[in-house]
Design a protein around this ligand. Structure first.
Ligand SMILES: [Zn+2]
Length: 303
């Protein structure tokens, strides 16, 4: 290689190395990043107000479901679910994500970015997309942004208590979705969810998405619906290696090959002081929101 072009390519390489890594490559991703940052608050009441503001700015109408919640540890605590209704139909597909963040053991309030501002915003972006096409769907879409998941799935339970469960044909729950392009899903939501899992598997194949099925997947709001006999999928995203490490941690048994004391990436962050905005990859959240809205359209067509 001639000296001059060698020099040019060395300079170019140096520039590329020095350039800041852009975490957000589109306007939509930059907006999602800003929305996640704005959701970092010191209470769930403030998170609720911020989310309402964001939905109003996006022209997405919602209703609020106030409930009396709390658990043995907290005592009676008021909570509020946010409910968006898109389109119409004789039966419903429900989408759930919890927006509440956890109070840490030392009393501090988690920034709650990975758990679950990312999942909440993936849901909101999917709702925006579905709102455009809701007229062509067979089912009514109900998006429930739940409160008090962290206190024991209370918001989801309170919502289901007042809903007409006979209308609900499918539920898609999202928890822990802030970075990575591997979609994780549980196989432990009962026989009634088998057809939904099949639809999800087709969707993964046809969108060339790396999806990982977990025989044992950690609980979230999905359990409220599976306990009621309702078909439900529980989804999250992770980087490819982290997803497999998490699979081994939950499904590999004693001899899972992970070193003694190993904690998968995501569990070093959530419910700790480390669940911070630097973990968010808004491009991944935006990509996942597209996966979600198309998945719901596929479920709509399959039922
Ligand atoms: Zn969560």
């Amino acid at each position: 290689m001639p000296m001059k072009s060698l020099l040019t390519s060395t300079v170019l390489a140096a520039c590329l190395l020095a350039a800041p890594v852009m975490a957000q490559s589109t306007d939509q991703a930059r907006a999602v990043h800003a929305s996640a940052e704005a959701l970092i608050k010191t209470s769930n009441a403030e998170r609720l107000d911020e989310l309402k503001r964001q939905l109003e700015a996006a022209n997405l109408p919602y209703t609020l479901q106030a409930f009396e919640g709390g658990n043995n540890r907290t005592g009676a605590t008021a909570g509020t679910n946010i409910v968006l209704t898109l389109g119409e139909g004789a039966s419903d597909i429900v989408m759930t994500a919890h927006y509440d963040a956890v109070v840490l053991r030392d009393g501090a309030f988690s920034h709650g970015v990975v758990d679950n501002a990312g999942g909440t915003l993936a849901m909101v972006e999917a709702a925006k997309a579905l709102n455009q096409t809701a007229g062509s769907l067979k089912h009514r879409i109900i998006v429930v942004l739940t409160d008090q998941e962290e206190l024991g799935l209370i918001g989801a339970r309170k919502w289901l208590e007042q809903a007409d469960a006979s209308r609900i044909k499918a539920v898609v729950n999202v928890d822990v979705a802030a970075y990575g392009q591997t979609v994780m899903y549980g196989l432990n939501n009962g026989d009634q969810s088998k057809d939904l899992v099949k639809t999800l598997r087709h969707h993964c194949a046809e969108t060339a998405t790396d999806c990982e099925a977990f025989p044992v997947y950690p609980p979230s709001d999905d359990r409220v619906f599976s306990a009621a006999g309702i078909p439900v999928l529980s989804l999250g995203i992770q980087n490819a290696v982290g997803a497999r490490q998490m699979w081994l941690a939950f499904n590999g048994g004693e001899d899972n090959g992970l070193r003694e004391g190993f904690v998968p990436d995501v569990f070093q962050n959530i419910h700790t002081h480390e669940d911070t905005i630097d973990k968010l990859k808004a491009d991944d959240v935006v990509a996942f929101s597209g996966f979600l809205s198309q998945l719901v359209a596929r479920i709509d067509a399959s039922l």
